[in-house]
Design a protein around this ligand. Structure first.
Ligand code: HEC
Ligand code: HEC
Length: 243
């Protein structure tokens, strides 16, 4: 199953990068002077990231609206500087300055939008229970903290740099965990997610990806307004709140 997911991910990546190139030669380089508002300037992004195009069951592209601005900025810089590998995304940001990427991040963080229909949960009860346990309690025997300890009780993330885990396609979530394990995705050191992904088994990754995509996004979907205190591990991308 794991194998299937990564093959699917690769195919989508290839399709995605071709689409990205086509878009870049037509839309992105089109008369930029006339594109005054941020809404106009991010039109090429919306070809892939628009909420109505996102399918949690079989899609791959993550939504961006309402995510913490610091998190979005870090990811745009990660693609730009090679800490995250994805051809279409690298192409989209490679010539953009950090200041401009900051503006783009703030724009998407301030957008409101709908989330797509939740996907189907894992069919096996054992996998559903394993996912719920990892999400709310973790697995102390393998030194895996609960996901909610950092991603928030409601799994909507926390300002400024921690993303939520709901409303994301299951293939996308599985691919991120796999990328952390293979070094294709890196965050600032100490990279807590890399350590966590390393401790999870392939079945855990599958169960988590499916179970998270099957959860409803809460009515109040925004990240917690303040960084969470007492994280169970140090994460280089998350500032430690002053006590
Ligand atoms: C051709 C389709 C495509 C286009 C166009 C595109 N993206 Fe993406 N974007 C993706 C895919 C696919 C991913 C997930 C890649 C991965 O696995 O790392 C992604 C990931 C991201 C992420 C990381 C999200 C997260 O939750 O970590 C950000 C931020 C982002 N894109 C912003 C943008 C912006 C800003 C633009 C326009 C300048 C843009 N994208 C244009 C397909 C696209
Ligand atoms: C010690 C804190 C911590 C714990 C525990 C934790 N995470 Fe994370 N997670 C983070 C941080 C910080 C990021 C952002 C990393 C970055 O900047 O790339 C993140 C990012 C992610 C992402 C990427 C989201 C996206 O939009 O691309 C996924 C998926 C994820 N975590 C899943 C999980 C799961 C599943 C668990 C539970 C098994 C978990 N995390 C537990 C801190 C944590």
């Amino acid at each position: 199953m794991h194998h299937l997911i990564s093959r699917h991910g690769r195919l989508l990546r290839v399709v995605g990068s071709l689409l990205g190139l086509a878009l870049c030669t037509t839309t992105w380089s089109a008369d930029q002077v006339s594109m005054n508002t941020m809404e106009q300037r991010v039109q090429p992004c919306m070809a892939c990231h628009a909420e109505q195009g996102i399918d949690l069951q079989s899609g791959f592209v993550p939504s961006l609206h309402g995510k913490p601005a610091g998190y979005l900025f870090n990811q745009l810089m990660n693609y730009r500087d090679g800490r995250r590998n994805h051809r279409a995304m690298e192409y989209m940001v490679r010539n953009l300055s950090p200041d401009y990427l900051q503006e783009i991040a703030e724009y998407f963080a301030g957008l409101e939008g709908e989330y797509p229909q939740p996907a189907d949960p894992p069919t096996s009860t054992a996998l559903r229970e394993r996912a719920d346990e990892l999400i709310t309690r973790g697995d102390p025997s393998r030194d895996i903290p609960a996901c909610i300890a950092c991603h928030g009780e409601r799994l909507t993330g926390a300002q400024p740099n921690t993303p939520g885990l709901l409303g994301l396609p299951s293939h996308y979530v599985a691919a991120q965990m796999t990328s952390w394990r293979s070094g294709q995705r890196r965050a600032a050191e100490p990279d807590c997610m890399q350590q966590i992904a390393d401790r999870l088994g392939s079945e855990d990754v599958y169960a988590l990806a499916r179970a998270l995509a099957a959860r409803d996004v809460p009515a109040e979907p925004l990240p917690e307004p303040e960084p969470l205190a007492d994280l169970p591990m140090e994460c280089g991308s998350v500032p430690i709140p002053e006590s």
